[in-house]
Design a protein around this ligand. Structure first.
Ligand code: MG
Length: 346
């Protein structure tokens, strides 16, 4: 906490809390929640003549344990109960990952503008192809047959998904897949899937079933690699096994910077790949995740790939959202032309 206090102890810093709502192009479903827009909070720290720093708090319904209302209430109480800005401290509970993420970005002064392309090319970018099978085949063609793609599986029957993969292999016999089942297969379905596909094409599979032990046993039997995503949220120490090839790090869901650091060190020691992944945050947090990914690749000397291609779901262009936000912060008295409400200002 002391480090965080430093940000808020600086004289003449103005803090504001904004609530935003960014419409999606079409409604999206998250584990039973249908969302037409992404709602969240921006905690903005600004000093005269200096760039604003932003921490985004954007819990994802169905995935985050905390709700946006809880985060909002928590932050407002913290902001309002401190009458003297010089003594302000945001005493947050470490169990609120969305707030932890926001505060760690403020603490590290992570830029919320898009990272430089020269830095971004050093990271592996694996396109996620979504939609029904004809959409995916079309998108694969539009992307001019990339060597590696990510696909969500366990959405249709095993046989239908095997057919899709075979169709993709036909189009590019050297294609490799990163598959993500989000723990939706049974052990039988996972084994059946692997028995029907040429496993040479699988780079790794994220979270095939809900049981990590079954995942390791079946993957070992079929000689395929695994990536851990959801499992990382529920365990203290990461299991070491030669089948495990990658860790999916979602900083906004993990929150606690120490935990992220622990995972990165584990990846460094075990030579695992890292995928820095988003949870449908706004362009502000997505840009910050890019900066963090670049920083981690250099600092930990691990292979980092980005799983951040979720911005296309917003009705507005990401660069327009950033420009509108800049205008709002520079000229707060003007109508911001986006759905943003100031909840608190020091
Ligand atoms: Mg995943």
């Amino acid at each position: 906490m002391n480090k965080l206090n430093k940000i808020f102890h600086t004289a003449n810093i103005q803090l504001s809390l904004y609530r935003f709502s960014l419409p999606f192009k079409y409604p999206l479903h998250f584990k039973g929640h249908q969302l037409t827009s992404r709602e969240g909070l921006w905690l903005v720290a600004g000093q005269a003549n200096e760039k604003h720093l932003i921490g985004e708090i954007c819990p994802l319904p169905g995935f985050s344990n905390e709700t946006l209302e809880q985060c909002q209430q928590h932050l407002l109480t913290e902001l309002q109960t401190s009458s003297n800005l010089q003594k302000r401290s945001i005493d947050h509970s470490p169990q609120i990952p969305s707030i932890d993420f926001a505060l760690s970005c403020l603490q590290q002064q992570i830029s919320w503008h898009r990272a430089d392309n020269r830095d971004l090319v050093s990271l592996t970018s694996v396109p996620l192809l979504q939609g029904d099978h004809s959409d995916i085949l079309l998108r694969y063609q539009q992307l001019t047959y990339p060597a590696i793609i990510k696909l969500k599986v366990a959405r249709f029957t095993v046989k239908e998904e095997v057919t899709l993969l075979k169709n993709l292999i036909q189009r590019n016999p050297k294609i490799r897949f990163r598959l993500d089942a989000n723990q939706q297969w049974t052990e039988q379905q996972y084994s059946l899937f692997l028995s029907l596909i040429d496993t040479q094409h699988i780079d790794y599979i994220e979270e095939p079933t809900v049981s990590l032990i079954s995942n390791i046993n079946i993957s070992e039997q079929f000689k395929v690699s695994l990536a851990l995503d959801e499992s990382l949220l529920g365990i203290d120490s990461v299991p070491i096994h030669h089948c495990i090839k990658a860790l999916i790090i979602k900083p906004t869901l993990i929150g606690c910077p120490k935990r992220v650091d622990q995972l990165l060190k584990h990846a460094q020691q075990q030579q695992l790949n890292i995928s820095v992944s988003a949870s449908f945050e706004s362009p502000v947090a997505i840009n910050q995740l890019q900066h963090l990914a670049i920083k981690w690749q250099q600092q930990y000397n691990v292979k980092v790939s980005l799983g951040l291609d979720t911005l296309h779901v917003f009705a507005d262009k990401p660069s327009d959202i950033i420009t509108k936000l800049e205008n709002l912060l520079m000229l707060p008295h003007l109508n911001p032309s986006m759905q943003v409400t100031c909840l608190w200002k020091s």
